[in-house]
Design a protein around this ligand. Structure first.
Ligand SMILES: Cc1cc2nc3c(=O)[nH]c(=O)nc-3n(C[C@H](O)[C@H](O)[C@H](O)COP(=O)(O)OP(=O)(O)OC[C@H]3O[C@@H](n4cnc5c(N)ncnc54)[C@H](O)[C@@H]3O)c2cc1C
Length: 498
């Protein structure tokens, strides 16, 4: 098993980590030499005035020959994206970094938000772009359905804390009333209704009103972060020493550096023609699981045999369900009659078997998945087939790019020549904690790089060559510190089903 934060220093090193986290982390690594493949074309972006932006390919590139000629169009299939990635030129910014640099952060999930927050702490301005229609947060989604209201965390459910840097941050959120400890019982539920509670330590945390409100409030006290939402950045172009961003042809500003704080197909497409082949190559190595989510509201409490009212359970032995949680109890602390809002997630295997385009789920598939998952809930609870009361509200959603299954094991990736970095959960794990640490680390790394004025780029290359390793954890990610079933005192187990 890959250790969770292989590059985060042990506690004894944390004092220096706090003062300059990135430099401590990176001293333990040998910064890889910028290894541009021999076939990679290099484009120097100097910032000399030019009357009118030309395309990157024509700015400084060698004359097209039969060998280096770029194809006019690559389409968007995975295959064509890969092909294009290997052919693109490497951008080399050579102008000194401005005294008051501005960073574009593409993605407003936990990692992008933490990156923005920590850039501000280092005196660096940023703009966060995010596609979210309802708010920031990405995979920290919460759905509130009026007029009841029904509340569902429909991706991240809760988190634990293992890193002391993250612990400080969580203490601060607790003080501000942004997060709270989840006191409800959670455990492992085996097919047939055998429930084994997990020990109450380590503490589990949830957003006070769900995960999305937490994301939306993280930047509330900042003054150097601009948020642009909803906005889908579709193009990155280096020109005159700056990155030019656009959304379907609409200019979205010029920036001294860019941060890719999202992953998956969208990031592969964006990077495929950006002039960042090394970053694009690492992104493309990432593999992601797919998972179905079923949000369901019931008039009555779920008939949990044995009288235990657990609030969350990792479900074992059932393909269609890997996790179930009672949002009403978790978020509203309601012990009563009201509607009972549950989030159910499938296993990754079930997600793969039933994969469809997530933007366009066929009704028949949605119905089949809903029935399959509700059947799984029945089986998990040890209820007779067909006995589960129908929920009065359901919503089925596919997380097509749910969780990373491999990792390069580096807290962030940075290409100093291209002045571009990547942060995200997948760089060290598959949890909110890993996403937060990645964003914080990249921010500090970029701020350190800016302090040199970009003068010694070779010292700041990080993660560009790391090999990927498989990532372990639950289907819904990692919960550092949470005991695995093997370590639970079996004496605590009790049979719920009669
Ligand atoms: C079903 C599910 C359950 C989970 N449960 C838990 C859990 O209980 N505990 C836990 O710790 N973790 C959990 N996770 C994992 C956790 O949600 C992630 O690790 C974390 O949220 C990742 O944050 P991120 O910033 O790396 O990426 P994301 O949250 O994915 O953020 C990326 C953002 O970038 C935006 N974006 C993408 N492309 C563009 C573009 N071109 N322009 C602008 N914006 C763009 C996206 O819309 C998104 O908002 C779960 C994940 C899933 C899918």
């Amino acid at each position: 098993m890959v250790s969770l934060f292989p590059l985060v220093p042990p506690k004894t090193m944390l004092t220096s980590f706090h003062s300059s986290p990135s430099s401590t982390i990176f001293k333990t690594l040998k910064p890889p030499k910028p290894s541009l493949s021999p076939k990679t074309l290099i484009l120097t972006c100097t910032g000399k005035p030019s009357p009118k932006p030309k395309s990157r390919a024509t700015m400084n590139a060698p004359k097209p020959t039969s060998k280096n000629r770029r194809k006019p169009s690559y389409g968007t299939s995975r295959r064509s994206v890969i092909k294009k990635t290997f052919k693109q030129e490497q951008v080399m910014f050579t102008t000194p970094v401005s005294d008051d640099p501005l960073v574009a952060i593409i993605g407003g999930g936990m990692s992008g938000l933490m990156c923005a927050l920590n850039l501000e702490k280092r005196g660096v301005r940023s703009t966060v772009f995010d596609t979210g229609m309802h708010g920031l947060g990405g995979r920290m989604g919460t759905r509130i359905i009026d007029p009841h209201p029904l509340v569902f965390d429909h991706a991240a459910q809760f988190f634990t804390v293992s890193d002391s840097w993250f612990a400080e941050l969580v203490d601060c959120w607790l003080e501000k009333g942004l997060v709270q400890e989840w006191q409800g019982v959670i455990g492992e539920l085996d097919i047939g209704g055998r429930f084994v509670p997990l020990p109450s330590s380590p503490p589990r945390y949830v957003g006070v009103n769900g995960m999305r409100p937490l994301a939306d409030s993280l930047l509330s006290e900042t003054c150097m972060v601009n948020v642009v939402r909803p906005c889908w950045i579709s193009k990155l172009e280096p020109f005159n020493g700056m990155w030019h961003l656009s959304e379907n042809g609409k200019p979205r500003g010029e920036f001294d550096a860019v941060v890719i704080a999202h992953n998956g197909k969208c990031a592969n497409r964006l990077l495929a023609s950006s002039g960042l082949p090394l970053i694009a190559r690492q992104m493309k190595r990432l593999e992601l699981s797919s998972m179905w989510a079923l949000l369901a509201a019931f008039e009555d409490p779920l008939p949990i045999p044995g009288g235990t009212s657990f609030e969350g359970a990792f479900v074992k032995g059932i393909d269609s369900v890997s996790w179930m949680a009672n949002n009403t109890k978790k978020l509203l602390h309601s012990q009563s009659n009201g509607p009972h809002c549950w989030t159910f997630f499938s296993t990754a295997a079930y997600g793969k078997q039933n994969k469809v385009p997530q933007e366009n789920i066929p009704t028949a598939t949605a119905e089949r998945v809903k029935a399959g998952m509700l059947g799984g809930v029945e089986a998990a609870l040890g209820l007779p087939k067909g006995s589960l009361t129908k929920p009065f509200y359901t919503r089925v959603q596919l997380w097509g790019a749910a969780l990373p299954t491999n990792t390069p094991g580096t807290p962030c990736i940075f290409d100093p020549h291209g002045r571009a970095g990547i942060c995200g959960d997948w760089l060290v794990g598959s949890s909110l904690e890993s996403a937060a640490l990645s964003g914080m680390t990249l921010a500090n790394h970029i701020a350190d790089y800016f302090e040199t004025g970009g003068a010694r780029p070779e010292e700041f290359a990080i993660g560009l060559d790391n090999e990927f390793q498989p990532l372990e954890g639950h289907d819904i990610g990692q919960f550092p510190g949470l005991e695995s079933k093997k370590e639970i005192n079996e004496a605590q187990a009790y049979q719920l089903a009669s």
